[in-house]
Design a binder for this molecule. Structure first.
Ligand SMILES: Nc1ncnc2c1ncn2[C@@H]1O[C@H](COP(=O)(O)OP(=O)(O)O)[C@@H](O)[C@H]1O
Ligand SMILES: Cc1ncsc1CCOP(=O)(O)O
Ligand SMILES: [Mg+2]
Length: 248
């Protein structure tokens, strides 16, 4: 994890995010705090150019609509052609038919290097259940481990299930990360932030599984440090960005 943070700070990789309206500001600030360089760009006219100059592509379907999905596809196609790692956050998959169809299509067509979701989202993506409560999980992360392993083998990639315990799953290889803070699910965009931080980690790591694990460890450590200084979700949000900045 230390080497990964050093590499992010020295290389300051450009991370192309096509993400949702809710979290654009949070995730851009989190990426800056850890030492990466974020760009949020979703116009179909420019996504290929932006992806081409980036070190990773983060696709987040939190506030999806038809033109955005078209732009996501252009960017993912370009990233695949250029060997740029793709991290996908299937926000709310299972909550509507449109989200489910879009997430399945993007995952199966472009096989993102990492998919990060909460347990409900990973279960829905594995087509095992569709009881996602909007964008939040209704089940504990351990319930989705088998689904993640199956999905990972099918898509030949790494699946991250976030929650009180995070699981980083590449086929049969399963690593757990604990820690963090119970305050994290009380703030919108913490999952999306985790996805973007993974984007920064895989930008500087050829080993995708390690990049995904380092990303979740960074989230865990920053969450613990922020909790020790916070009185509630408002101050936690501010202290979390400071903690990311101070991680060594
Ligand atoms: N109860 C918890 N205790 C500690 N950390 C948590 C807890 N719930 C979520 N997290 C952390 O919060 C971040 C976002 O995870 P999660 O809430 O599952 O995502 P999402 O916002 O997509 O539902 C992750 O880094 C995860 O480890
Ligand atoms: C509330 C909400 N609605 C659509 S996207 C979004 C943000 C979800 O972010 P996260 O999954 O990281 O909490
Ligand atoms: Mg989420």
């Amino acid at each position: 994890m230390n080497t990964t943070i050093d590499l992010i700070k020295t290389q300051s990789p450009l991370i192309h995010n096509i993400t949702n309206y809710v979290v654009m500001n949070n995730t851009a600030n989190a990426l800056l705090a850890i030492g990466a360089s974020p760009v949020m760009a979703h116009a179909i006219e420019e996504v290929e150019d932006i992806t081409t100059i980036s070190s990773s592509l983060v696709i987040n379907m939190g506030t999806l609509s038809k033109p955005w999905v078209a732009a996501m596809e252009q960017a993912m196609k370009k990233a695949k052609a250029n060997g740029i790692p793709i991290v996908f956050d299937p926000v709310g998959v299972g909550a509507s038919n449109y989200r489910t169809q879009t997430a399945l299509h993007l995952a199966e067509t472009y096989q993102p290097d990492v998919i990060r979701g909460n347990a409900s989202e990973i279960m829905a993506l594995a087509q095992l259940s569709s009881n996602t409560k909007g964008v939040d999980s209704t089940i504990d992360s351990n319930n989705a481990v088998d689904a993640a392993s199956t999905l990972s083998r099918k898509l030949n990639n790494t699946i991250v299930i976030s929650g009180a315990t995070d699981y980083v799953v590449t086929g049969d290889k399963i690593e757990e990360i604990t820690g963090g803070s119970a305050m994290m699910p009380k703030i919108t965009g913490m999952g999306c932030t985790a996805t973007s931080i993974i984007g920064a980690c895989v930008a500087v790591n050829k080993d995708i599984h390690k990049g995904a694990r380092d990303g979740m460890e960074i989230m865990s450590k920053a969450g613990e440090q922020a909790e020790s200084k916070s009185n509630g979700p408002g101050s936690f949000q501010m202290n979390f960005i400071d903690a990311l900045f101070q991680l060594t």
